[in-house]
Design a protein around this ligand. Structure first.
Ligand code: CO
Length: 294
């Protein structure tokens, strides 16, 4: 990483920190997820950043990949996870926290387990360490609360305009002897009272550009040009596209997905429909030092 990139990561991280504080005040039982998402995303722009992905607001057994649609009526409740991504020129800060909106002991414990596991992960990660050791530290901490980590959700390396840049940071001991190299990493333990596996649920309305191909439909072509220009390879959502191009764009998104130009992410649901808590921070590893930027 060159000094300019490091500076961009720090800037993105700084914005993410402020947005996180702001988001904590917003999330009240009964407030609309749509309103929360739009306010958080507006705050990112106001502070000079861009969204690295749509704000994820996942309740209870939905572990990841829920963002409100443009006409979403869902209200905040239960165990709510707020996952925020900010980027400055493609340098991404990815951070998440969980809040208990129903005042349940189980929710509080799950949140504590994911937070302490994140601390363990951050204490363990350094240049040259084998991946399984980070996963084990996270797993041990979560299991000490009698919960399970979600084994098929992982932290990840970050690169310019790339949320998942190749290296995964396991949430359990996966026996991987691959080693951590200098770079940026998101560490994100998920703790659950259930199986510890997620499956693919309903389509999320979150997309990413998969392949640039010719498309006949003029609306679809206009959207594709916009996506390529504005989001590059970063995820975006139907809500953003509807806000910009109107409700007709939903059909165009469907065409683009059918032609395998766009990939749509599924919601990720805990297998036994148990509750899930998530905590996430982004770190940069440069010159054998670790810096938590979020
Ligand atoms: Co992440």
């Amino acid at each position: 990483m060159n000094p300019q990139e490091i500076d961009n990561y720090r800037k993105a991280g700084n914005i993410a920190k402020q947005v996180k504080k702001y988001a904590k005040q917003l999330a009240e039982p009964g407030s609309s997820l749509l309103g929360i998402a739009e306010k958080i995303e507006a705050k990112i722009l106001e502070l000079g950043g861009k969204c690295a992905f749509p704000v994820n607001l996942c309740i209870d057994d939905i572990a990841a990949h829920y963002t409100p649609s443009s006409d979403d009526k869902t209200t905040a409740e239960g165990l709510l996870k707020i996952d925020i991504g900010v980027h400055i020129n493609g340098a991404i800060a990815d951070t998440a926290f969980s809040i208990d909106l129903s005042n349940l002991e189980e929710n509080k414990k799950l949140i504590e387990a994911s937070e302490k596991a994140l601390e363990e992960g951050i204490k363990t990660i350094r240049e040259g360490i084998e991946l399984w050791k980070i996963g084990k530290a996270i797993q041990d901490k979560i299991e000490s609360y009698q919960f399970s980590p979600i084994r098929n959700l992982c932290g990840h390396s970050l690169a310019e305009f790339q949320i998942h840049a190749g290296t995964t940071i396991p949430n359990c001991n996966n026996s991987s002897s691959n080693i951590i190299k200098p770079g940026a990493y998101a560490i994100e333990p998920f703790a659950t009272s259930g199986h510890g596996i997620v499956y693919d649920g309903k389509p999320s309305g979150i997309y990413r550009l998969e392949a640039r191909k010719a498309i006949r439909d003029p609306v679809a072509r206009k959207i594709l040009d916009f996506v390529e220009q504005e989001y590059k390879t970063l995820p975006f959502c139907s809500r953003w596209i509807v806000n910009k191009f109107g409700p007709r764009s939903l059909l165009a998104l469907h065409l683009l997905e059918q032609d395998e130009i766009l990939h749509q992410y599924p919601q990720l649901i805990e297998k036994s429909h148990s509750k899930v808590a998530q905590s996430e921070n982004t770190v940069i590893l440069v010159n054998n030092t670790i810096e938590v930027i979020t």
